[in-house]
Design a binder for this molecule. Structure first.
Ligand code: GDP
Ligand code: MG
Length: 254
């Protein structure tokens, strides 16, 4: 039996986007059908629900620090390269339903790319990370996205473009990079966020948004698959990844 979800991981309202110019959607609340299903789920069988999220981007842009800041509430300024892939599970409760994000942290080095890419498949969300103080890392974002999309169905993946190390840029620098990042987000249909793992600025809000939007998409896709027209038709929100059963492991070779 799993321990209860921590109080600060309870989501009862849809969190706001970072920028309405580059958002997956700007609606004020969860989809009415999702709210209705969750209401029903509280009194029916609720199965464990999970979303696979992969985090990609150039080496040293801050992928590992971003995940650690959210999952452990800490920032480690000493750089430790990620070898191959690593993952963290983060449990939430969304609209009263247990929901987990499985966050796959990948290595940005060229030599680990082929290992990491084998873990891209079956993602519900792709987070492309770039460093707000490095223009080249934003230029490379498109390539990271293309690589990750090769293994996934574009119609069912939510994309996020996240600029990190916000603490290092002046407001002027930031607004310049943001213009470019928002333009790219619009083009690739991603939701844009700017955060700092060092100060924690925006990190919690960002992951809450990822959890909420993937949850909403999962429930809507379950409803569609089951052809349910009425809320009562759906009994279980099923777990649609098998990857969560795999244990945390470091690949041996490419
Ligand atoms: P990864 O290779 O993308 O996983 O990068 P890491 O998360 O390991 O971070 C690379 C380096 O950037 C480390 O030295 C971190 O201390 C630093 N770093 C990461 N996030 C931030 C941030 O938000 N602000 C600042 N100032 N440095 C950061
Ligand atoms: Mg790393």
């Amino acid at each position: 039996m799993l321990p209860p979800v921590k109080k600060d991981r309870v989501i009862s309202q849809l969190p706001r986007c970072f920028s309405p110019n580059a958002a997956l959607h700007t609606k004020d609340g969860f989809h009415p059908q999702v709210k209705a299903v969750c209401q029903f789920q509280r009194t029916a069988t609720v199965s464990f629900n999970i979303a696979k999220v992969i985090v990609v981007g150039d080496v040293a842009v801050g992928k590992t620090c971003l995940i650690s800041r959210f999952c452990r509430g800490a920032f480690d300024k000493n750089y430790k390269a990620t070898i191959g892939v690593d993952f963290e599970m983060e449990r939430f409760e969304v609209l009263g339903v247990p929901f987990s994000l499985q966050l796959w942290d990948t290595a940005g080095q060229e030599r680990f790319k082929c290992i990491a890419s084998t873990y891209y498949r079956g993602a519900q969300a792709i987070i492309v990370v770039f460093d707000l103080s490095s223009a080249s890392s934003l230029t490379h974002a498109r390539q990271w996205l293309e690589d990750a999309m090769k293994e996934n169905d574009p119609s069912s993946v939510l994309l996020f473009l996240v600029g990190t190390k916000k603490d290092l840029s002046s407001p002027d620098q930031l607004s310049q990079v943001e213009q470019e990042a928002i333009r790219l987000s619009e083009e690739i249909k991603a939701e844009y966020w700017a955060v700092s793992a060092k100060s924690g600025d925006g990190v919690r809000e960002f992951f809450f948004r990822v959890a909420s939007l993937t949850f909403e998409a999962n429930v809507l896709s379950e409803l569609e698959k089951s052809g349910s027209r009425h809320v009562g038709d759906i009994i279980r929100i099923t777990d649609n990844t098998d990857a969560h059963r795999r244990r945390k492991r470091t690949p041996q070779c490419c």
